[in-house]
Design a protein around this ligand. Structure first.
Ligand SMILES: [Zn+2]
Length: 454
């Protein structure tokens, strides 16, 4: 919602580009594991992520790190010598994608979270990020967009995952979120001088500073730009709904990011800020709590995605109840969470594209799958629409729909299984039983061999 922490990319195959980035960082010798040989995954149902009806008694055939065939078991030719993994009464789906996480640092209800910026030694946030990345992958989320982090820790985490040092999801990373002095993306509530930010840490006022901030984050590894277009819940001293950047500032940001082949993700709760950011050309509105008719219509016209982050709304309500959040921040959280329950009505009315995002870090890492449930319960989506939001739609928002987001021949072998049928019980998406990324099995039910120690 919510938080102040804050990804890359070259159009020429982000995959190749990220390998180049890795090489330039000196990690050339080490690469993330890839599957080898042919594996046939079989389950009672296959949902391919496009929104098409499930394939009954389906198979996904994987060779090395790629999907080579998908279909009914009776119609797919199985290559000789293929290894067979029968998952029984389960549903195979594309690896899930969370378009809004904060892997770096402590979670909201961690007693040390509030003083993290002043009491934790450098490095702790990143080390906690390693644990969070693993939990996220094991929940079936094979790809995330990390929208805000201090110290370029997110860029380092991405490189450590790409280098095979630690397990985790594929990442788009924003580095520092870009926002106004004293705004939601700033560190507020400290004595003057202690947290004076600048364009390097994402604090930028006026179009020129905004351009400098975008260039600086991109220079050091951001492959998406995150901004705070309005106030937020967890920041001190700002109203949750009010605009924080002018149209001119956001337009400069989008122009600069576009030149550098990056998209802009805009945190925005209030309708006015949503409209300003949408007109300026951002790719997505994060949270969108106080969406109204005009804002939703504008988003549909501009093909702007909504990333609702219902999990953050629910986590904030719980944090108020348990006393973790108090005062103005509690008041703001309750107002935003209540409004969020109506945002889906506007989005559905105007066919706004929706991508799944949790704001994990506000809620617990590894519970990302609960967002599918909330998209149905709070957002009014059908179970199938919810699945599309967390697979093919999110891949489109991340600019990776050419290689991820659906089960189709040629795509990366990122495949998840859940027990039973998610169209009958959406909550089964909260309990991934099988996780494959790049053709490597990271999690499997008892009796199924994994390539990686758990
Ligand atoms: Zn966030």
């Amino acid at each position: 919602m919510f938080s102040r922490r804050s990804a890359p990319f070259f159009r020429v195959a982000g995959f190749v580009a990220s390998m180049l980035a890795t090489t330039s960082a000196g990690l050339a010798a080490q690469q993330e594991a890839k599957g080898s040989g042919t594996v046939v995954l079989r389950a009672a149902r296959v949902i391919d992520g496009t929104g098409a009806a499930p394939i009954l008694n389906g198979v996904v055939v994987v060779t090395d790190d790629r999907i080579v065939a998908v279909g009914a078991e009776s119609s797919v030719k199985i290559p000789a010598g293929a290894r067979r993994v029968d998952l029984g009464d389960a549903t195979l789906l594309p690896g899930f994608i969370d378009a809004h996480v904060h892997l770096i640092g402590r979670e909201l209800d961690d007693p040390g979270q509030d003083a993290e910026a002043t009491r934790d030694a450098p490095g702790l946030s990143a080390i906690i990020g390693v644990a969070n990345a693993r939990k996220t992958l094991m929940a079936g989320f094979t790809t995330v967009r990390n929208v805000g982090a201090p110290n370029f820790d997110d860029v380092s985490l991405r490189r450590a995952i790409e280098g095979g040092y630690v397990p985790g999801p594929r990442m788009r990373t924003a580095a520092h979120s870009i926002g106004i002095t004293g705004g939601h993306c700033d560190e507020n509530g400290y004595k003057p001088g202690l947290f004076d930010g600048d364009f390097k840490t994402g604090i930028a006022d006026g179009p020129e500073q905004v351009r400098a901030a975008v260039r600086y984050q991109a220079k050091y590894g951001a492959d998406v730009i995150k901004t705070c277009a309005t106030g937020g819940v967890l920041s001190e001293g700002d109203a949750v709904g009010v605009p924080q950047y002018t149209y001119e500032e956001l337009k400069a940001m989008v122009d600069e990011a576009t030149k550098l082949e990056r998209k802009v993700a805009a945190h925005a709760h209030g309708a006015e800020g949503i409209k300003i950011a949408t007109r300026a050309g951002v790719a997505s509105i994060e949270h969108g709590s106080f969406l109204d008719d005009e804002a939703a219509k504008l988003m549909a016209e501009h093909h702007t995605f909504l990333v609702p982050t219902y999990s953050a709304g629910e986590a904030v309500e719980k944090a108020v109840k348990s006393g973790v959040l108090k005062g103005l921040r509690a008041e703001k959280g309750l107002a935003a969470a209540a409004a969020m329950r109506h945002a889906g009505e506007y989005a559905r009315k105007y066919n706004v594209q929706i991508a799944l995002g949790t704001d994990a870090g506000v809620g617990a890492h590894g519970t990302n799958g609960h967002e599918f449930t909330l998209m149905v319960q709070w957002g009014g989506l059908s179970p199938m629409q919810s699945i599309v939001a967390g697979t093919s739609s999110a891949a489109k928002l991340l600019g990776w729909d050419d290689r991820l987001g659906t089960l189709a021949a040629g795509k990366f072998a990122d495949v998840v299984a859940v027990p039973g049928d998610p169209l009958k019980d959406i909550t089964v998406l909260e309990r991934a039983s099988f996780v494959m990324k790049n053709g490597v099995v990271y999690k499997a039910p008892d009796g199924v061999k994994t390539n990686v120690a758990q």
